[in-house]
Structure formats: C-alpha cells, structure tokens
Write a protein that binds this ligand. Structure first.
Ligand code: FES
Length: 369
C-alpha cells in the first residue's frame, strides 16, 4: 500500500519495522541479559525475500488471546506519593498482589498507566502503552525476565533500560523499590528542557532514517511538550541545509505553504498533519544525500556585488555576501538583491522566483535563525 507524497514521490506505508504480526516471540530467545533472535531486517533480508515481514494493514489479525481485562489495574491516590529532589516515589501496589495476579498487573499512579512485572531479576515497571501505537504492554510476552514483546507488531523492549531491539522509539521504564512488601515506583518526569532536547535528538534520528511514522510520533511528542510542533520545521531545515546541493528543493517551498495551512487550521491533529507533511518531505529529499561543503565565510553585504556574483555563477562569493546580508538585517536585507538576481533570467521555469518568495514566507514565519 502506498500514498502520494508532495513532490510526486511514492512511498510505502510499511516502514520495514515490526511487521511480524502477532506471532509470539521465538523460542530461541536467550535468557535475560542476552538478545532475542534477530529481526529479518537485521539479518539483511530484502523486501520480497522469503522471511521478510509483511505488515498487515488490512484485516489485522485478532488481538492476542489474553484479554486485557485479565490484567488487573489498581488506582492509587496522590497521598501515596512522596516527592524528593529529582524523584517522585509513588506507592504502586503490594508485592503479594502482584504475585497473585500472575506476576503482572497494571496500576494507575500519579496520572500514569504503568505495567508491573515480577521477574527473576526483581520487579520491573514500564509505561503500559507501547511507544509504537499504544498497545497495552501488560499483555505482551516476557522472555526470561527482561525482553518484553508487544503483541501488536512484535516490537521488543528491554524492560531494564527501555531499549528497543530494532532501534527507534524507546520504552519508558520506571525505577522500582520494594519496601516492606510494597512496590514503589519513581514517576518523576525529566525536566521539560531535557525532554525537549531528547525528543529533538530522536526526531533527528527519525529524519536520518526517513522513518515517516517515527517522525510523526516524535512530532507528536514535541507537540505534547510545547503545545505545537511548528518550530520542528526550522529544526528540520537546519538539519537538512547542508544536504541540498543547490540549497533548496520543493520540500522547503512546500514547508512554507504547509506552515501557512498550519496557522489557518484549528485543532492539534490538523496542525500536526501540516507539520508532519513539511518535515516528512524534507527528510524524503535529504535521504542519502551527502553533506556539501558550502563556503561558510561572510563578506559585508553589497547588493550590486551580490547580483554580479550570481551573474558570474560564483557560488562561493555569492554565498559569502548573502551571509553578510543575513548578519546585517536578516532576509529583508537580502530580499531586493535576490529578486533582482532571479528576475535577470527566467531560470528554472520560474522556480528561482518562487523559491525566493517561499524563503521570504519561511523567514517571516520562523525567523531568520
Ligand atoms: S509494536 Fe506496534 S503497538 Fe506495540
């Protein structure tokens, strides 16, 4: 299954990860501390080869036999929470109750839905929502204590540190302490600035992989922190700027229009879609592009000298003068010189002129930074 992307590219919905359906994890999975058998992608299989996973997009197989209701959920009150510097210990459950509940249960503490597992390595806790598409992880399969397989698309997480066996989205795990037979979980969130920095790093990793669905998830996480993910477009432009040999592609031009649409639309879903299309197109165009060694110098801005450098096709000098203009007064300082340069020729069937117009829109919307 595929869809048309801006710029006319076709892409498959299947991102090549986690497509093994609801199959239970392999019996070859080694004890805790080892790693389960490799995913077919890691074994170097190509799409279409025997053994390569095919993601079921339609007629998804039924949910696993274990009913969600069989995992008991307990709710604790905020009076069971003790806050200390950098930690927030919340009483989650009695250890005996966990044993009675088949060594797994879910609890709601401090506004979080947490899955608890009694394992040979002690009690481990994680977010009950799979970071992929939110399936309840308390219903997953636990191999010898630490590798938890989500039953929806077979992603595997290390319950000790949250690592994702296939790379990509990590699972949030919580520190656990058992005191006097009672299970306490540290539910402290990282400070917003640290969380934002981490999500931005994860977004960059998703851009590197051109993983459209992970980009969507990371943008959603940014929106949850900041209320809006529009500034991620500036982030993606900065990330990609050295990868476009000619400075621009339709992705940047499209980003200006997606941001205009974003500002018109109401509702977080619609806004997020606009940002996703802008950022996703940038990642698509930057895929496998090397970093070009653009001249990083700067010269005092002179409009005539800039237009002459463009006319001479002296890219290095034009870049240096343009940078001087940006330092002087942002895009506004450059605007007239750029328009003069592009109107001198009907270059690229008018693309140059369109790109100047879109650059103006982007700089006004995102700032010149
Ligand atoms: S692997 Fe897809 S929801 Fe968990």
């Amino acid at each position: 299954m595929s869809c048309m992307r801006p710029g006319g590219r076709w892409r498959a919905f299947d991102n090549g990860r986690g497509g093994e359906g609801n199959r239970a994890p392999s019996a070859r999975t080694p004890p805790c501390g080892g790693r389960p058998a490799k995913h077919p992608v890691q074994r170097g299989l190509q799409k279409g080869e025997a053994g390569y996973p095919v993601r079921q997009l339609v007629n998804l197989p039924p949910a696993p036999a274990i009913a969600y209701a069989t995992v008991r959920t307990c709710r604790r009150t905020t009076s069971d929470t003790v806050e200390r510097k950098d930690s927030r210990w919340s009483l989650a459950a009695d250890a005996r109750t966990l044993r009675e509940e088949n060594a797994r249960m879910t609890v709601r503490v401090d506004g979080k839905h947490i899955a608890l597992f009694a394992t040979p390595d002690g009690i481990l806790a994680c977010n009950n929502r799979c970071p992929h598409e939110g399936y309840p992880l308390a219903e997953g399969t636990l191999d010898n204590g630490c590798w938890l397989t989500c039953h929806w698309h077979n992603w595997k997480f290390n319950l000790k540190d949250g690592a994702n066996l296939y790379g990509g989205d990590r699972l949030r795990v919580y520190p656990v302490e058992v005191r006097d037979g009672r299970i306490w979980v540290d539910t402290a969130d990282e400070p917003p600035e640290e969380k934002r920095a981490r999500v931005r790093r994860d977004l960059h990793a998703a851009l590197e992989d051109n993983d459209y669905f992970r980009i969507a998830r990371e943008l959603g996480r940014l929106a949850a922190i900041d209320g809006d993910a529009a500034l991620a477009v500036a982030d993606a432009i900065e990330w990609s700027a050295e990868r476009f040999e000619f400075g621009w592609t339709h992705a940047y031009a499209g980003a200006a229009d997606w941001l205009a649409l974003h500002d018109e639309r109401q509702g977080q879903d619609a806004k997020l879609t606009c940002v996703l299309e802008a950022v996703g197109h940038i990642a698509d165009d930057a895929l496998r592009q090397p970093r070009y060694a653009f001249d990083s110098g700067s010269e005092p801005y002179d409009e005539d000298a800039f237009v002459a450098a463009v006319e001479d096709e002296d890219v290095a000098r034009a870049s240096r003068i343009a940078r001087g203009g940006l330092h002087l007064g942002g895009f506004d300082a450059l605007d007239r010189g750029l328009v003069r340069a592009v109107l001198s020729h009907y270059s690229g069937f008018g693309h140059s002129l369109i790109y100047v117009d879109k650059a103006r829109s982007l700089c006004r919307r995102l700032g010149d930074a």
